[in-house]
Design a protein around this ligand. Structure first.
Ligand SMILES: [Zn+2]
Length: 78
């Protein structure tokens, strides 16, 4: 959905992209842990209402990885 701009449920191509952040008007679409607040970008199908959230900042993904992925987790699949 993020990359295709097409709804996976109904194939509508009119996807609303709502960025979050203190100056972007959507302050509360976040994941928080400790002192970190990570803003999510929401993609909403304007036809059926299906929505997805993405962490768009690579630095934030690194923080989540450091916090939530245990050493060795996922290594079975490499
Ligand atoms: Zn849809």
């Amino acid at each position: 959905m993020k990359n295709t701009y097409c709804c996976p449920k109904c194939n509508n191509s009119e996807i609303a992209i709502i960025e979050s952040g203190a100056f972007k008007g959507n302050l509360y679409n976040t994941v928080s842990f400790g002192l970190s607040t990570i803003y999510l970008t929401k993609y909403i199908c304007t036809d059926c209402g299906y929505s997805e959230n993405y962490v768009d900042d690579v630095k934030d993904l690194k923080k989540i990885k450091d916090k939530y992925i245990k050493p060795g987790q996922g290594s079975d699949f490499v």
